[in-house]
Design a protein around this ligand. Structure first.
Ligand code: FAD
Ligand code: DLZ
Ligand code: SF4
Length: 512
């Protein structure tokens, strides 16, 4: 008897556990572009083009390798609209012994798949998700008995476990973390190698036409689509990053620049998250660059920490704290997402630029996501559910397993501090230090009160004050509360008044 192997749109690698041991003569691979996955949030148009085109290219590869593939395009007359409907149909046609699928990346889909066995009356086998280095239970084992779940210690365990950047039992260079060396901004216009781009082929062209018609109401621009859509292309992106940008990755990791979100970042998140690249090959390429003196330790460690540390950690964190994480709102933030998150129409230049980058490219780098967009969402008290939905739909690399820990736990402190020991809140001076956004802003970053004052300045102190009961006894916040008591009382009063006025304007959707 045959088996049916369902390959999801973010499981595009021949090494996936679900593809091992497949009988090419009898088993059927099932792949489907479906409405349920493409619209559970209104994904950025470029993300849908990327996923559908990468799926179509992967199906071709599977056929070339001799697999039997049943592929359903979004606009084909026999498309049934949901993964379940296609699996049900395939079960009726082939009467398989079992349906096989690798563990999906999102809780909502896992919950659905877990019901299939009883609904279909056929075995459904869920294999482990080998797009990650750590097994899923690794986080739970590590977390057992802990009250705090700091990434740094999880990361060290994985360094020891994998031997990456290790000399025996000790970290290369004697330190685990070189973040202190990674905080430079650009002093003058930098000469940065451009990001890798790829010609649109006939397959991608067809998908672009489809998305233009079917998803016209979704956020984002489709102009200048240039992402890799095959593993071979994604490997080129990786190689180019290692050769041209890894050297300075660390140094400028936190820097921001108007009109350029790409900088010295790797731009591989979307490929890792769809299986076009596997994490260990990326990490070994970075380790190899270090071993061959092509990149310094601060850059290589910084890069390896993002993937071996943060990426593995947030994935473990997600499964450990779901489904509860979804409903967390520790700071009781209730404000609606302002319109400018969609339109970029705000006088705050940093926010306008980051939304424009996001709209244009389905990409913004980490510090734009964390310290501009996220910082604003935190300081303004935006409601976690709305903020999560926005982040989940606007970025090409967004899947709930990675988006939600970053948004709810890292940005919004909505989980009450399992991930972060204090909120990532900052005034305008941080943005000014790390970017050139303030130079062409309507507001003045130096001013703390008044019509021209940078809103991040007064919102910061308003946030600190209105959450006093939550943070006053946090040792990492003590200094901030001490500083506040030393500040001029009238100035503090004016800042709170300015913040109140600003937040009322925001609620009324007036331009700010
Ligand atoms: P680089 O800066 O070159 O980093 C290399 C890789 O490290 C990334 O590709 C990614 O795989 C990994 N990485 C780095 N930081 C993180 C992190 N905090 N969590 C997990 N992996 C990390 N990343 C996503 O992949 N999908 C998301 O939906 C997503 N949402 C985010 C939302 C917020 C609010 C924040 C603050 C961060 C989010 N990140 C997300 C993490 C990070 O911003 C992106 O991974 C990164 O910007 C992708 O660009 P890059 O490939 O050029 O990354
Ligand atoms: C993101 C995405 C999109 C846009 N479309 C599809 C699709 O049509 N078919 C499919 O199998 N997968 C798609 N995906 C990826 C899934 O949403 C992803 O597998 C789940 O969110 C679990 O991570
Ligand atoms: Fe952003 Fe304030 Fe700088 Fe304007 S002045 S760009 S609002 S940080």
């Amino acid at each position: 008897m045959s088996n049916i192997i369902l390959i999801l749109g973010d499981q595009l690698n021949l090494q996936m556990n679900s593809l091992q041991g497949v009988d090419k003569d009898t088993d059927r691979i099932l792949m489907a572009e479906v409405k349920t996955e493409a619209t559970y949030v209104k994904h950025h148009k470029k993300k849908i083009v990327f996923v559908f085109s990468a799926m179509r290219h992967f199906a071709l590869l599977l056929r070339e390798k001799g697999y039997n593939v049943d592929y359903y395009r979004y606009d084909s007359p026999d498309n049934k609209g949901s993964l379940y409907a296609h699996v049900e149909d395939a079960v009726a046609s082939y009467q398989p012994e079992k349906v096989c699928v690798a563990h999906p990346g999102e809780y909502r889909l896992l919950s659905e798949i877990k019901q299939w066995e009883s609904k279909l009356g056929v075995a459904v086998e869920i294999s482990s998700d080998n797009r990650f280095i750590a097994e899923q239970h690794f986080f739970a084992d590590w977390a057992e008995g802990k009250k705090q779940f700091r990434m740094e210690f999880f990361y060290r365990e994985l360094r020891k476990h994998t031997g990456l950047l290790m000399e025996g039992n000790q970290p290369s260079g004697g330190k685990w973390n070189y973040d202190a060396d990674n905080r430079e901004s650009f002093k003058k216009a930098p000469d940065i190698p451009p990001p890798s781009t790829f010609e649109v082929d006939d397959i991608t062209k067809e998908v672009i036409d489809l998305v233009n018609i079917e998803f016209s109401g979704h956020f984002g621009s489709l102009d200048d689509f240039h992402f890799a859509v095959t593993r071979a292309e994604a490997l080129k992106v990786l190689d180019t990053f290692i050769d041209e940008r890894l050297e300075k990755f660390g140094q400028y990791q936190d820097a921001m620049l108007e009109g350029d979100p790409w900088l010295y970042h790797s731009h591989i998140g979307l490929y890792l998250n769809t299986g076009l690249l596997m994490p260990m090959e990326v990490l070994l390429a970075a380790q190899n660059a270090f071993d061959n003196d092509k990149a310094p330790l601060n850059s290589v460690e910084g890069f390896i920490r993002q993937i071996l540390g943060w990426r593995e950690y947030v994935r473990g964190f997600y499964w450990y704290f779901m489904p509860g994480l979804k409903d967390k709102n520790y700071l009781n933030a209730q404000r609606n997402l302002p319109d400018f998150f969609w339109t970029a129409n705000t006088k705050m230049n940093c926010l306008s630029q980051c939304v424009q980058d996001t709209h244009q490219h389905a990409y913004a780098h980490h510090i734009q996501r964390l310290m501009v967009l996220g910082n604003f969402a935190l300081l303004a008290g935006l409601e976690p559910k709305q903020v999560n939905e926005w982040y989940l739909l606007v970025y090409a690399d967004a899947y709930e397993w990675v988006e939600m820990p970053n948004v709810s736990a890292m940005v919004l402190f909505a989980d009450g501090g399992h991930l972060a020991s204090k909120p990532y809140a900052a005034s305008g001076s941080y943005i000014n230090k790390m970017s050139n956004y303030c130079g062409s802003c309507h507001y003045s970053v130096k001013e703390k009160t008044g019509a021209q004052a940078c809103p991040f300045n007064y919102l910061y102190w308003h946030f600190v004050e209105r959450n006093r009961d939550k943070f006053e006894n946090n040792p990492r916040m003590a200094m901030i509360y001490r500083t506040m008591t030393k500040m001029d009382e009238t100035k503090v009063k004016h800042m709170f008044e300015d913040a109140d006025t600003f937040l009322i304007c925001l609620d009324n959707n007036e331009e700010v």
